[in-house]
Design a protein around this ligand. Structure first.
Ligand SMILES: Nc1nc2c(ncn2[C@@H]2O[C@H](COP(=O)(O)OP(=O)(O)OP(=O)(O)O)[C@@H](O)[C@H]2O)c(=O)[nH]1
Ligand SMILES: [Mg+2]
Length: 411
């Protein structure tokens, strides 16, 4: 007799995914025919099988099949196919496999198992989609960091390439910030509102990440033709930037003019359809030296729109360190430094995450439309395979081929 615990849950799942539905059902059927019995009534699922709650003492041939697959999984591990794994993605994949197992077991054994809890499947799939979205966000942050937050040349940002845009109403100190930050006097600074007329760029390296700062014309309604063109360019820079720093005057607080700019650029807030800013947003309360210790009181939606508020004084350069920290934080640099997202900066992997997400959309649709379980499992399997490509759990084709030719599983 083979001890049921001589294989791991993961091994059987490997069998489940790569052996395909036929193989998986064969294993379950063989187990049942060989006399496997559930320890709890009604628990005649592959999950019970995995958790050792099916009595498999009679099912020796089944265990041999399982062990054959286990050997294949071990082969692939030896071949280094699991190197550089993203733990988050592996967990998502396991979630997908759990759903797959549940659905697949119903294909042949619904009468033993009772109906599938469709609502639970919907909930699980939606949660898995959210997890993938989070992983994608991390991936994009990684890509952002790797490529740098750059925009080279005016044409570059006009064409949609991006950087860190400094926007706000006239005279709040945007140009002074650029000068202080880059330790230059590139931008003209005066106390006349409307000094800056055009987008001005300066390159900077922050924590190893190259940034292109874009100083912009103060945004306001203007009858001056040149200024109005400049304002249009400020708005375009804000919509295309990876990060938008909205600068306000800390000593004046949140003014009506700030609110007008906010509503124009952020609409009903980040992520809403009315929002023109696609990048991440930070609020900079400049002229902190004139504001004492007073915080800038902000309307709640504004507070929620900006991940953080940084106080600066462009004259003394105070607060620039905190500003740099906040930017690196936004760009995901701390995780990158600790190795957490190093897996995520690969375009191919991000593409696989998108594929997994699309496959799960397919599952939701199949559930919604009441399509047969076979349709659900096709997409669930596609999602698992795409995620496996990222986590390194996907075994190479040639390994599978050799397994099929050696053991004739599932075909
Ligand atoms: N006390 C104080 N004054 C500042 C600070 N930052 C800028 N200023 C002054 O504010 C005035 C406007 O500064 P700018 O940098 O030209 O402002 P801007 O936002 O670029 O203005 P526009 O180009 O007109 O949109 C100048 O007189 C600066 O010296 C600061 O942190 N503290
Ligand atoms: Mg200026």
């Amino acid at each position: 007799m083979l001890a049921p615990r001589s294989y791991t849950r993961e091994d059987v799942i490997e069998l489940q995914v790569h052996g395909g539905p036929v193989c998986c059902r064969r294993v379950l059927r063989a187990a049942i025919e060989a006399g496997a019995r559930p320890a709890r009534p009604g628990e005649f699922t592959l999950r019970a099988f995995l958790n050792g709650r099916l009595d498999l003492s009679q099912a020796e041939s089944v265990m041999q099949l399982v062990e054959a697959r286990t050997a294949a999984a071990a082969d692939s591990a030896l071949a280094g196919l699991r190197g550089g794994v993203g733990q988050e993605v592996r967990q998502i994949r396991e979630g997908v496999l759990d759903v797959l197992v549940e659905v697949e077991a119903r294909i042949d054994f619904e009468e033993d198992l009772g109906p599938l809890d469709t609502d639970a499947v919907k909930r699980d799939v939606a949660a898995l989609q959210r997890d993938i979205e989070a992983a994608l966000r991390t991936a994009r942050q990684g890509a952002l960091l790797r490529n740098g937050l750059q925009a080279r040349g005016r044409r570059a940002w006009e064409e949609g390439r991006r950087g860190v845009a400094i926007v706000g109403r006239p005279n709040v100190g945007k140009s002074s910030l650029l000068n202080a930050w880059t330790r230059t006097d590139r931008a003209i600074v005066t106390d006349i509102a409307g000094t800056t007329r055009d987008v001005l760029e300066a390159d900077l390296v922050v924590g190893g990440v190259p940034l292109t700062l874009l100083d912009t014309a103060g945004i306001r309604d203007s009858t001056d033709e040149v200024e109005a063109i400049g304002v249009g360019r400020s708005q375009a820079a804000a919509s295309n930037a990876d990060i938008v720093l909205m600068v306000v005057d800390a000593s004046a607080g949140w003014t009506e003019a700030d609110q007008v700019i906010y509503s124009d650029l952020w609409g009903k807030g980040p992520g809403t359809r009315s929002c023109r800013v696609k990048g991440m947003s930070l609020l900079v309360a400049n002229k902190a030296d004139l504001a004492g210790n007073q915080e800038v009181p902000l309307p709640l939606p504004v507070k929620e729109a900006f991940r953080s508020v940084v106080r600066t004084c462009a004259v003394s350069r105070d607060g620039l360190g905190s500003l740099e920290e906040a930017i690196l934080q936004l760009a995901g640099a701390p995780q990158l430094a600790s190795g957490g997202v190093s897996w995520a900066v690969n375009e191919r992997q991000a593409e696989a995450l998108v594929r997994a997400h699309e496959a799960l959309m397919g599952v939701s649709q199949s559930v919604q439309e009441g399509l047969p379980y076979d349709c659900w499992t096709i997409d669930l399997r596609a999602a698992a395979i795409a995620l496996g490509e990222v986590s390194g759990d996907e075994v190479a084709e040639e390994v599978l081929d050799s397994v099929f030719s050696r053991f004739c599983l599932g075909k």
